[in-house]
Ligand binder design. Structure first.
Ligand code: ATP
Length: 289
């Protein structure tokens, strides 16, 4: 049997750290948005051979280190599936290590694909399975526009982001999420002080509820910019260029280093894409999904 699943990227419209727990885990508050930039995951059942992974991007591990492999393994063992072999092929379009949940969305696509073949899990059970694989995987499973807190499985729906054109830019500066958290701990004294008012999620939620793109873009926030921009000057420069080229607002996604710009005006986005694209910087035109 064959299935082909689209695996869309996410951007963070809002991302802040509330506090650091005693066990070292950071409690975050985020608004995540699915976008139309996608990988494609193809799954074929086989009569033997275990789980095999191939990917169009050779820098991604094509063995048990691939999160899509882990997702298949998790599904098979959690739901006691009688499966002798699987071939999984990932057509990779999403930039890697860029804060766009490229790995997490492939894992979610594998869970959805396997569940469409074997029909073993309810949505709740799939979300539980996703949470074991990584904090962004539950969101990648349900998609849309969600407020997420803590470890990612705590998700609240908010009205969808108003339609717009989004340019996602990647200059290939890759960032380790663990390093970025460490850098923020250093800057914010381990988040041990009372939280100062860095940002306010309320404005963004009101903007989404009222369908106002202007209120959404004017309340964008990502705490990771302050840690990552000093290390990734091309990302910072891309943000400045997006703003100069007419984006309503621009910001880094997740722990970076991809930067996105939001445009009300599609013509301006098309012109900005031509101005920004070069041998070092890839630009993807997409929409909220
Ligand atoms: P997030 O936004 O969830 O923090 P990211 O976009 O920053 O994630 P990924 O692109 O998911 O980062 O890649 C992180 C690491 O995971 C890379 O080192 C990569 O080699 C590894 N990896 C394992 N499987 C995959 C996969 N299917 N796709 C992309 N990366 C993968």
């Amino acid at each position: 049997m064959n299935v082909k699943i689209s695996a869309p990227a996410k951007i963070n419209l809002y991302l802040d750290i509330l506090w650091k727990r005693k066990d070292g885990f950071h409690n975050i508050q985020s608004i995540m948005q699915t976008v139309s930039l996608s990988d494609t995951v193809s799954i074929r059942t086989e009569s033997e051979g275990g789980i095999r992974i191939t990917c169009s991007n050779p820098i991604i591990p094509q063995d048990e280190r691939n999160i899509a492999w882990k997702a298949a393994k998790e599904y098979i063992s959690a739901f006691d599936v009688d499966c002798k072999g699987l071939s999984i092929y990932i057509e990779k379009n999403i930039p890697v290590c860029a804060g766009l949940a490229g790995g997490s969305t492939d894992a979610a696509a594998v869970l959805l694909g396997l569940n469409s073949i074997y029909e073993k899990a309810s949505v709740i059970e799939l979300i539980d399975c996703a949470a074991k694989l990584g904090s962004d995987v539950p969101f990648c499973l349900v998609k849309g526009t969600k407020i997420t807190q803590q470890k990612g499985e705590d998700m609240t729906s908010v009205p969808p982001m108003p339609d717009c054109t989004i340019l996602i830019c990647s200059s290939g500066e890759s960032v380790s999420t663990a390093w970025a958290y460490g850098e923020l701990d250093r800057i914010h004294n381990d988040f041990s002080d009372r939280r100062e008012m860095r940002s306010n999620i309320r404005g963004m939620i009101d903007g989404l509820k009222g369908g106002s793109l202007n209120e959404v873009t004017s309340n964008m926030y990502n705490i990771f910019e302050e840690a990552v921009f000093p290390l990734c000057p091309k990302a910072k420069e891309t943000k400045e260029k997006l703003l100069a080229l007419g984006a309503d607002n621009a910001m880094m996604s997740g722990s970076g280093s991809a930067v996105f710009g939001i445009f009300t005006d599609k013509e301006a986005a098309l012109k900005a894409r031509s101005a920004l694209e070069n041998s070092e910087r890839k630009v993807f035109l997409c929409r909220p999904q």
